[in-house]
Design a protein around this ligand. Structure first.
Ligand SMILES: *Cc1c(COP(=O)(O)O)cnc(C)c1O
Length: 404
């Protein structure tokens, strides 16, 4: 319904896409995207019903298949990621599950970064392996380890960059080359950067997955996920989704659409506050080390500058501990327990700053050896830096330092 002079979605700038892509006004002339709370759709005739089921008419049938509100979200995200097609899912984990179910089969091999979301690791080890998919975990940044792990049956390389919580990166372009030489696909979980800061498909990745629960909603309200990439791959994901049912609810799609409208602005502000906090922390006596790819001393700072257009809103740091303050864990817990404003919760990507102790929460199920291998020390604290005034965030951090 755009007039002929309106540029194509794909020609718009990023902020414009985030606000307008994928939306066609209905005959009511509404300005804001409408929320279609309906499970099914009425056919005009028996002929039309038959054509829809046969696929020759692409109209809606049932909301497990398509829903107009969900479709706007999918088209908008596809435009923002520079993807041919995007498929929305009920959560980030549903996006990763759907990718695996659609594109892998028994006998295939997957290579996954050691530093991915804990539940992603569990999905691969508990469930993919149970159905005959072999999985190898490698060190995120070590390209030679990825190369060495390639087998004749390798179908998928799966990665998160920057990693949670240590802000380690991998060169996406180089990893895509390794994958493609082996006839495998590269999937990037782009949850930390969002399309506002990083465009994995333009760097050669085949698939982007998201937990929309994080920055895309950005206000801690609902769960959602998305998979984006080439049409031929996404059609397979869509067929799995229709068959198995972990589709995004229309209500959540509507909330996420409202989140997308401010994504570019919010990400810029998250980056600004995170950099300010990181710089401040490096100057404090009680802090041992700060992990943030925006700091020049970060070993992959140059790569972050090359493949991202911002350093993100999540950082972590270790606090100084000794026998006197009760050791590593006690010191970190005292720091966290001293917060008055910052929320103590495991979620991230919220306007509200959140803090968590990875070793006893998000990474608590790992064995002590696996935790040590992943660099999750007992004195490590993760902060997802929100959009409050930086001065107020620093006041709370000062409380944490005083409690050490
Ligand atoms: C939270 C998260 C997920 C899982 O997303 P849900 O929406 O909670 O299912 C996957 N990957 C990353 C990087 C995450 O932070």
């Amino acid at each position: 319904m755009y007039d002929d002079n309106m540029p194509d979605d794909k020609e718009w700038g990023f902020a414009t896409q985030a606000i307008r892509a994928g939306f066609e006004r209905s005959s009511f002339g509404e300005h804001s995207e409408p929320l279609y709370l309906t499970s099914s759709y009425v056919f005009d005739s028996a002929e039309q019903a038959a054509a829809r089921f046969a696929g020759s008419d692409t109209g809606n049938i049932y909301s497990r298949y398509t829903n107009p509100t969900v479709s706007v979200f999918e088209q908008r995200l596809a435009a923002m990621e520079g993807a041919e097609m995007a498929v929305a899912t009920a959560s980030g984990m549903a996006a990763i599950l759907s990718t695996c179910m659609a594109l892998l089969k028994s006998g295939d091999h997957v290579i996954c970064s050691r530093s991915v979301f804990g539940t992603t690791t569990a999905l691969f080890t508990r469930y993919m392996q149970k159905f005959g998919v072999d999985v190898t975990f490698v060190v995120l940044a070590d390209l030679s380890a990825w190369q060495a792990a390639i087998k004749p049956n390798t179908k998928l390389l799966f990665v998160e960059t920057p990693s949670n919580p240590l802000n380690e990166l991998v060169d996406i372009e180089a990893l895509a080359n390794i994958a493609h030489k082996a006839n495998a696909l590269l999937a990037v979980d782009n949850c930390f950067c969002t399309p506002a800061l990083q465009a994995p498909l333009s760097l050669g990745a085949d698939i982007v997955v998201h937990s929309a629960t994080k920055y895309i909603d950005g206000q801690g309200r609902c769960l959602g996920g998305v998979v984006a990439g080439k049409k031929e791959l996404m059609n397979e994901v869509l067929i799995f989704l229709r068959t198995a049912g972990p589709t995004l609810s229309a209500f959540n799609a509507w909330v996420l659409l409202k989140g997308l409208e401010t994504l570019a602005l919010r990400m810029r502000a998250h980056c600004e506050n995170a950099l300010a906090l990181a710089q401040w922390l490096t100057k404090q006596d009680g802090i041992e080390k700060v992990f943030y790819c925006g700091l020049p001393e970060h070993p992959q700072h140059a790569l972050a500058k090359k493949q991202q257009c911002g350093f993100g809103g999540v950082l972590s740091f270790t606090v100084k501990s000794n026998e006197e303050n009760g050791g590593e864990k006690a010191a970190a817990w005292r720091f966290i327990n001293a917060m008055r404003m910052v929320s103590h919760t495991a979620n991230l990507g919220d306007t509200k700053t959140t803090i968590v102790h990875p070793a006893t929460t998000t990474h608590g199920r790992l064995s002590p050896e696996a935790r040590a291998q992943s660099g999750i020390a007992d004195n490590l604290i993760r902060v997802s830096v929100g959009l409050e005034d930086i001065a107020d965030i620093l006041v709370d951090m000062q409380r944490g330092l005083a409690a050490l």
